[in-house]
Design a protein around this ligand. Structure first.
Ligand code: SF4
Length: 470
């Protein structure tokens, strides 16, 4: 058995941030090469702290879904996942044995050598007859002062593509550092110019900043009076959303240090947690805000407050992804980065087989089954606030300055809307939903949402609204 974990940044505010990772997970799942493909996030759930617990096997390969190496791939992800590694990741990745699992951590997909082929594919989509006679290629990166590595990969790819001889010129330009993208009319001489953004996803930069800085009016823009004469720019889509990225991810996983030739085993604690859950589900179970009922060999899942409502009044879902998408926002349309906040929308029911029920529950309440089961076995170890705060770096290091009263004030506001009980603050949870109390779910460690809110409090920027406004 083998598990593949894709790690994204995620967002506390914007539900679309996780979509690219979802999409690649689905594409790779469909190929059936791994027994499971799991997603994890910095700012959503399952969090980096939880995601390993949610994997079913003892053989886990973790791929950071980032376009370049830097702060997240070298510092935040390895630290939060407890990989015992900091700093640049070697080409073969890092392998560790963590709590019975062999975990391999690779470079981000964006630095894989085959990304030059993805750039080429994007260039040919934008201009199918690009030619070495009259076409220049611009590989356009973000560039930043915070991360000295982010430009390296753009230069490397430009170098590789220059050598193919398929373009008259190949340039590496940047949004945030020299040579800046706005200088292209002076630099580029060819009459036709393909611009490929080396970005992970479509967003503010690809939709607004780049077109503005280059003076683009759409996918094709002609400039009549440039210093080198008339030039037409063909603007490609970002590399990170190309379907070939799924192949790049699989290459990375196969090339990871000690990639398994034989399969791992089923992870025992994970297996025990889900066996217990399924035993309860077969009898009918309420947990969190939902209820599950066995129904002629299948299972019906719905919001517990919709109990008794006739099926035709509810939207019927038949896939775990349907459940995920239906519950991604609350009824006011706000993104739900913390799934145990009591704001799950009503009005739906899902009819699922056993395997799909488990996947749907993983989407509904990531890591809740594993952590609650561990709590019942007395193996869930709480992490006190001081330890969580000490671990923070970058813009979150500021939370170390929070007084206990400030933490408590924020937690009283945010956590009061959450089903979880704060073991990390010393609260006790004598029973759980496994023993018949639906809302009893442990919280072993402050989530990143709370950490972010404490940071706002320390900065004096917190308005005092509850987490529901996010
Ligand atoms: Fe819920 Fe608070 Fe725990 Fe976050 S820290 S998961 S809001 S109880």
């Amino acid at each position: 058995m083998r598990s593949l974990v894709l790690i994204g940044h995620g967002s506390h505010l914007n539900g679309e941030s996780a979509s690219a990772v979802y999409r690649y997970a689905e594409m790779i799942r469909a190929r059936g090469l791994y027994d499971e493909v799991v997603e994890g996030y910095w700012k959503e759930e399952p969090s980096l702290r939880q995601v390993l617990k949610t994997t079913a096997s003892t053989d886990v390969t973790v791929i950071p879904m980032f376009i370049s190496e830097g702060y997240f791939t070298e510092t935040v992800i390895p630290r939060e996942m407890g990989l015992g590694h900091q700093g640049p990741v070697p080409p073969e990745g890092v392998a560790r044995v963590l709590g019975g699992r062999t975990v391999r951590y690779t470079l981000p997909y964006g630095v894989h050598p085959s990304m030059s082929q993805v750039i080429l594919a994007r260039a040919h989509e934008a201009l199918p007859d690009a030619s070495p006679e009259d076409t220049a290629l611009i590989v356009l990166g973000h560039g930043t002062t915070r991360n000295e590595n982010s430009n390296k990969i753009v230069y490397q790819n430009a170098g590789v593509l220059r050598q193919t001889g398929q373009f008259a010129e190949v340039h590496a330009l940047f949004l945030d550092e020299d040579p800046k993208v706005g200088t292209w009319p002076e630099l580029v001489k060819a009459p036709r110019v393909v611009v490929v953004p080396f970005f992970a996803s479509e967003g503010w930069h690809t939709l607004e900043t780049i077109p503005e800085d280059m003076g683009l009016e759409g996918p094709v823009t002609t400039f009549a009076d440039n210093p080198h004469g008339e030039q037409t720019v063909y603007y490609a889509k970002p590399v990170g959303t190309h379907s070939a990225v799924a192949d790049v991810i699989l290459h990375l996983a196969e090339e990871a240090a000690g990639a398994s030739t034989s399969d791992g085993d089923t992870e025992r604690a994970h297996d025990a947690a889900w066996t217990t859950f399924m035993d309860r589900a077969r009898e009918g179970l309420r947990f969190g805000e939902v209820m599950v009922q066995p129904q002629s060999g299948m299972f019906e899942l719905r919001h517990a407050l919709d109990e008794g409502r006739p099926g035709h009044e509810l939207q019927t879902l038949v896939t775990p992804e349907g459940v995920r998408d239906q519950t991604r926002r609350d009824e006011g349309g706000h993104h739900r980065p913390v799934h145990t906040l009591r704001n799950m929308p009503r009005g739906w029911r899902a009819v699922l087989d056993e395997g799909d029920l488990m996947r749907a529950v993983q989407y509904l309440y990531p890591a809740v089954i594993e952590e609650t089961y561990a709590h019942t076995c007395h193996t869930l170890r709480p992490t006190p606030w001081a330890t969580t705060a000490r671990r923070q770096t970058g813009i979150y290091a500021r939370v170390q300055k929070a007084t206990p009263a400030q933490v408590e004030e924020v937690a009283a506001d945010v956590c009061s809307g959450c089903l979880r009980t704060r073991l990390w603050a010393g609260d006790k949870l004598p029973q759980t939903f496994f023993s018949g109390v639906p809302g009893a779910i442990p919280c072993a460690e402050a989530c990143t949402f709370l950490v972010a809110e404490v940071r706002e409090e320390v900065a004096g920027k917190r308005g005092g609204g509850s987490g529901h406004s996010h």
